[in-house]
Design a protein around this ligand. Sequence first.
Ligand SMILES: [Zn+2]
Length: 177
Amino acid sequence: MLHKNLWAPWRMAYMQQLSAELQQQEPIKTDKPVCFLCQAAQAQQEQVKDSLVIHQTAKAVVLLNRYPYTNGHVLIAPHQHVGSLGDLDADCRGEIMELTELCERLLRQAMNCQGVNVGMNLGRCAGAGVPGHLHVHVLPRWEGDTNFMQTVGGVRVLPQALEASYDHLVKVMSKLK
Ligand SMILES: [Zn+2]
């Protein structure tokens, strides 16, 4: 049962993609930024949905995590591709904290959750999937989901489910602002 609970295939796909990227000697030469957080930060109007962008501010972006630990897992990232809080100016750090508050309200309202986890992993050894571009994780929690991994419970987040969550979060966000 433990194995079943820990099995998260979308995380596996993500880790495989990450390790493939790490093995590449030369960075991919393309007009589009390789980092998905940079892509989200620079998304034009027609790319907003593809990048799962929920909200943009002057210095930061809120997006739905394509590889979520649980339904409604959102990320907040600065526009700047930096890996340490010390690389951001105070305005940007303030903006990220304001967005964290907004995301807490968003998840409480849109996901009807009773609690929220907020966290950052700075550096690869701390668990950062994209160590070069820092981001805040904001996850909805419900009474009874006694441990973190139980919330995923081997349930695959299908693309349709991701899209439905995205549409719902965008709709609720538009009423919050
Ligand atoms: Zn980036």
